[in-house]
Design a protein around this ligand. Structure first.
Ligand SMILES: Cc1cc2nc3c(=O)[nH]c(=O)nc-3n(C[C@H](O)[C@H](O)[C@H](O)COP(=O)(O)OP(=O)(O)OC[C@H]3O[C@@H](n4cnc5c(N)ncnc54)[C@H](O)[C@@H]3O)c2cc1C
Length: 288
C-alpha cells in the first residue's frame, strides 16, 4: 500500500474529488483532539484529508425552521452561538463543558460524532433533538441519515441538521465528571421537554456513558410526560432513573455509584430546564 498521503482541500468540490479519486483507504482529520493523541495509532497509509480548511464546513445557521451546523464547526463556536442558545441551550451547555478552552477551540462537532466515545458530551443532546447527518460517501454521493445509524463506513459528515419540528421549548444538559474542569463524563444527561402551566408535555431524555451510544431513558421520560411538577412526581422520576442505570449496567463496578449519582444529576437537569434553583424546596422534598 502507498504511504500516507495528505490532502488539504479548500472547498467541497476539491474535497469530493479527493474522496472519489483515492484508490486507498480515506480518513478525515478535523481538530485532531481525538485522533492526534500521544500513544494512539495514527493512520500510516492511504489518504488523510484535513477538513479544517474547507470553506462552508464551519458555520451555524439558526434562521430557518431547521438548524444547520457544519461538521467542522468548533465546539467553542457551538458553545458561544447566541442563535443556537436561543433555540437549543442544552447543546451550547454541553459544548461549554467539553474539555478545556484549548480543546474546545480545536475540537469539532463532526469529530465528536464520528469518534463516538460513549461519554461524548454533544451526543445525548443531538440524540434527543433527533439530529440528522448529511454525508458524502466514498462514491462522492450526498445522503442523509439519522444520527444513531452513522458509522465511519458512511464517510464524511458535512452537516448536522436539527429538524425544527423535533425541538421542544425547554432543554438541559448536565454532566458528572471526576473533577470540575477538563473532565470526561462519567455520566451525562440531556433533556428536551415541553412545560406549561406547571405540567410537563412531551419529554425526551438520553444518557451518555451508560452504553456504547446515548441511551434513551424511556421510563424516565414516561415518569414526567403529562405530569405536574411536584415532589411525588420527581420521586417517581428518580426511582426510574435508578432503575434505568440498573438495567443498563447490571453488575458493573460503577453501577452503585451511578445509580446514586443519577439522582442528583436528574434534579439538576429539571432545575436547568425549568430555570429553577437546584436548591429549590421542591427538590429537597423530592429526596426526603
Ligand atoms: C484532554 C481532552 C479532553 C476532552 N474532553 C472532552 C469532553 O469533556 N467531552 C467530550 O465530549 N469530548 C472530549 N474530548 C474528546 C474530543 O475533544 C472530542 O471528541 C472532539 O469533538 C473531537 O473532534 P475533533 O475535531 O478533534 O476530531 P478528530 O480528532 O480530528 O477526529 C476524531 C475522529 O473523527 C473522524 N472525523 C472527524 N471529523 C469528521 C467528519 N466531519 N466526518 C467523518 N469523520 C470525521 C476522524 O477521522 C477521527 O476518526 C477530549 C479530548 C481531550 C484530548
Amino acid at each position: 500500500m502507498m504511504p500516507l498521503a495528505i490532502a488539504v482541500p479548500a472547498d467541497v468540490a476539491e474535497l469530493r474529488a479527493a474522496i472519489v479519486s483515492s484508490m486507498n483507504p480515506v480518513r478525515f482529520l478535523a481538530g485532531g483532539t481525538d485522533m492526534l493523541i500521544v500513544g494512539r495509532a495514527l493512520p500510516e497509509a492511504g489518504l488523510l484529508i484535513d477538513i479544517t480548511r474547507v470553506a462552508d464546513m464551519a458555520f451555524i445557521s439558526t434562521d430557518g425552521p431547521d438548524i444547520y451546523i457544519g461538521a467542522a464547526t468548533t465546539v467553542a463556536t457551538v458553545a458561544s452561538h447566541a442563535g443556537l442558545r436561543a433555540r437549543l441551550p442544552a447543546l451550547c451547555n454541553a459544548a461549554a463543558q467539553c474539555g478545556s478552552v484549548q480543546i474546545r477551540n480545536r475540537a469539532t462537532i463532526g469529530g465528536n460524532i464520528a469518534n463516538a466515545a460513549p461519554a461524548a458530551d454533544l451526543m445525548p443532546v443531538l440524540t434527543v433533538a433527533g439530529a440528522l447527518l448529511r454525508l458524502i460517501g466514498r462514491d462522492g454521493m450526498q445522503s442523509e441519515i439519522v444520527l444513531g445509524d452513522y458509522t465511519p463506513a458512511h464517510g464524511l459528515i458535512t452537516d448536522v441538521i436539527l429538524p425544527g419540528a423535533g425541538l421542544l421549548r425547554r432543554s438541559a444538559f448536565v454532566k458528572l465528571g471526576p473533577r470540575e474542569d477538563l473532565a470526561i463524563s462519567r455520566l451525562n444527561l440531556a433533556l428536551l421537554a415541553d412545560f406549561q402551566d406547571g405540567c410537563f408535555g412531551a419529554v425526551r431524555i438520553a444518557a451518555g456513558a451508560l452504553s456504547h451510544a446515548p441511551l434513551i431513558l424511556s421510563f424516565a421520560e414516561a415518569a414526567l410526560s403529562g405530569r405536574k411538577l411536584e415532589a411525588a412526581v420527581l420521586r417517581d422520576f428518580l426511582s426510574t432513573l435508578a432503575a434505568e442505570v440498573d438495567a443498563a449496567i447490571p453488575g458493573r463496578n460503577s453501577q452503585l455509584y451511578k445509580r446514586r449519582a443519577i439522582a442528583g444529576l436528574g434534579l439538576d437537569l429539571i432545575a436547568q430546564a425549568l430555570g429553577l434553583s437546584p436548591r429549590d424546596r421542591l427538590f429537597e422534598e423530592a429526596v426526603e
